[in-house]
Structure formats: structure tokens, C-alpha cells
Write a protein that binds this ligand. Structure first.
Ligand code: AMP
Length: 355
């Protein structure tokens, strides 16, 4: 099926009646809350019954629910979504449940450039993009026999770091690896983890200007990962492994952070290079994205991954962050998305922020 063109999709839309739609998970609370603040109707997409947990958070409860039999049914509901003038906000759960292929071909308006999700979902392709943008990344080790320093082994498509493991030698790698699953081996970078949350607007003319539009740094967080982040309570990793406990990297929560102020110029410069390169490669990453970094004791950022859409690490910042407060008060990333759609509508440039 051909990639649907946004001008064709928007022919059937009434821009004054846009409904912001998102899967009921991940960062949906702030997406609905922010959309409502900007005057949009909201729709929660769920499988089965409408989730009860929204009743506990009335200001972030969607106005309506679209209930599916299973995730794949979303594609069959395209006509219904278009009738409701729905703009889908992609987040991590949508990508995981629906898959990039199905998402790419849905004839429903989505926020941002939907081509970017293919670039982020494949580690080899995203590395090409980031390295071409001059971003420093952890070294990749092609042959496990070359493991002479600590590495992290990542299975492709693994959810939330599940199954990842650390190895310090080839022997350790062999002991832990599941060769039935495709994996990549990365240098384990020792340092402090910071997850930098940006927003790129092709429409905004002021602020931190790029060749087109402007870039914002809205917040930073650190992920809390179970069990690695609390494992030192029981002993060293080596001691734990002796009794058969392996470190795991399953994200369970997010902690708000700020980085030292002298790192901000480089944080912004990295975001700028990533966007400029995305404009060259595939017409630009539009809207929110996250660079997942480790800062070494040499104060150098190493970026081990990019998420090219809203990340759950922005969830602590519903009323703004120590960075977004310098852009505008009470600016969550969810609200920032709604503002961009509103600006696109006002300027008659919606096709530049939707796809
Ligand atoms: P990822 O799925 O790539 O986000 O990795 C999951 C988690 O593994 C991250 O949040 C980090 O805690 C850790 N991690 C990933 N890559 C590296 C690396 N190269 N060096 C150190 N820790 C890493």
C-alpha cells in the first residue's frame, strides 16, 4: 500500500474540529491534559473496556474512547477516526502495539513525520543518522570475541530493556547470550544517564533558531530501571551473579533531573545537529524527541539511543520543568504538541506538522 499523502488525508478533515487521539498508555495523561488546555477534543484508544484509571485523573480523562478488539483493529477504524477529525499522537506504546509498518500506512492524520519511526526503530539505521549528525555514540562491537571491556548486549526490538545483559569478557557473553535472538553489542559507557527531551518546531520563528524553525529543550529525566538501579542494596553485580541474580534494565519510573548548566550548550547543539541531519535525510523529525545519553567524567555526552517521538520521561513535567519554565509557564510536552497543531492551523501550515 502506498504511503498516504497528508494533503489527501486532510481533504476530509475539518481543521476547526480536530480531535487529539492517543493510545491509553505511556504519556496519554499529559497528551489529553495538554490538548484540553489548548481547547481540543480528546479521544483515548483502548483495547476492550475504557480503562478506569482515568476516573482518578479527571483533568486528563479523554472526552471519548475508541474501543478496539485488539491493537491491529485500529487500522480498520481509520474511517471512524477521520470522521472525528482525529490526529493521532504517536508514542512508545503505539509503536510497540501496532508496529511501524501498519502505522506508516494508516490513512489517518498523525502528529509529526511518520517516516521517522522507521529511522528510530532500527538500531543500525538510527546509528547512521546520529553518526552522520556528528553525535558521539558508544562503540559497537561486531565480533563478540573482541569484547575486552564491559559491554551491554541488546536484543533487537526488546521491550523496555528486557533481556539486556552486561558482559565483561567473551566468556561471560557466551554464558548469557541467547543466540536465537538478533542482538547488538555496545561498549558499556560508565557515567551518569541523562535523557534529554527536545521539541522541534518547523513553524516557530523565534528562540533557538535552526536553518528552518526552532528547537526547544523542554526537560530532562533519568529512568528508574529495575532491578539494576537498586541492586547495590544486595551486593555487587558479581556477588549477585554468583547466586544467579542477573541485572535487568526494565523501566519502572522516571525521575526529574537537571544537568549542570555548562552542559546545556552541547545538549542544544546535539539536538540541532540531529534535526538538521533529519531534514537532509527524510524531511525532518517534527515535534518531540529524546536523546538518551551517558555523561562521562570527562563531561562528554555519549548518546546510546534516540526516541523520535514523545517519551514517558516527560511525564513528571505536567506543570512545566526547570527548562520549559524559561520558554513558557505550565508547558508540558503534551501541551506543546497541542500548541504546535494549533499554530499549524492558524498559519494554514498543518501539512508541515502532520503526516
Ligand atoms: P535502551 O533500550 O537502549 O534505552 O537501553 C536500556 C537501558 O540500558 C538504558 O536506559 C541504560 O540504563 C542502559 N544502557 C543502554 N545502553 C548503554 C550503554 N551503551 N552504556 C551504559 N548503559 C547503557
Amino acid at each position: 500500500m502506498a504511503h498516504p499523502s497528508i494533503s489527501r488525508i486532510l481533504k476530509d478533515y475539518d481543521p476547526q474540529k480536530i480531535t487529539i487521539a492517543a493510545y491509553c498508555s505511556h504519556s496519554s495523561l499529559q497528551i489529553f491534559h495538554g490538548a484540553r488546555k489548548e481547547g481540543f477534543r480528546t479521544m483515548g484508544i483502548c483495547v476492550g473496556k475504557a480503562p478506569k484509571f482515568y476516573d482518578a485523573f479527571p483533568l486528563a480523562k479523554p472526552d471519548s474512547f475508541l474501543s478496539l478488539k485488539d491493537h491491529a483493529e485500529l487500522v480498520d477504524k481509520s474511517d471512524e477516526l477521520v470522521r472525528q477529525n482525529a490526529v493521532i499522537i504517536p508514542h512508545g506504546s503505539l509503536v510497540e502495539y501496532l508496529g511501524v509498518d501498519k502505522f506508516e500506512h494508516m490513512p489517518v492524520a498523525t502528529f509529526g513525520n511518520r517516516k521517522v519511526l522507521r529511522w528510530e526503530s532500527d538500531r543500525a539505521i538510527s546509528r547512521k543518522w546520529l553518526e552522520a549528525a556528528g553525535i558521539k555514540m558508544p562503540r559497537e562491537i561486531k565480533d563478540p570475541k573482541d569484547i575486552i571491556q564491559p559491554v551491554i548486549v541488546k536484543y533487537n526490538g526488546a521491550k523496555g530493556g528486557r533481556g539486556f545483559f552486561i558482559a565483561k569478557t567473551y566468556h561471560e557473553f557466551q554464558r548469557h547470550v541467547d543466540t536465537t535472538r538478533p542482538y547488538t553489542i555496545q561498549e558499556f559507557v560508565l557515567g551518569t544517564r541523562y535523557y534529554l527531551h527536545y521539541f522541534y518546531s518547523p513553524l516557530k520563528q523565534d528562540g533557538y533558531k535552526l536553518s528552518k524553525g526552532s528547537l526547544e529543550l523542554l526537560s530532562t529525566d533519568r529512568r528508574d530501571e529495575s532491578n539494576i538501579d537498586e541492586s547495590s542494596r544486595l551486593g555487587s553485580i558479581a556477588e549477585l551473579e554468583e547466586v544467579g541474580i542477573k541485572p535487568t534494565f526494565v523501566v519502572t519510573g522516571n525521575i526529574p533531573m537537571v544537568i549542570r548548566e555548562s552542559l546545556l550548550p552541547e545538549a542544544l547543539a546535539m539536538g540541532e545537529r540531529v534535526i538538521e541531519k533529519s531534514l537532509d535525510l527524510f524531511g525532518g523529525l517534527i515535534g518531540p524527541f529524546c536523546l538518551e545519553t551517558v555523561v562521562t567524567d570527562q563531561l562528554e555526552f555519549k548518546v546510546f539511543e534516540i526516541s523520535a517521538r514523545i517519551v514517558a520521561g516527560t511525564n513528571p513535567f505536567i506543570s512545566g520543568s526547570p527548562y520549559s519554565d524559561f520558554v513558557e509557564p505550565n508547558l508540558s510536552t503534551g501541551r506543546r504538541i497541542a500548541k504546535e497543531i494549533k499554530l499549524g492551523r492558524e498559519l494554514n501550515r498543518l501539512t508541515e506538522v502532520l503526516s
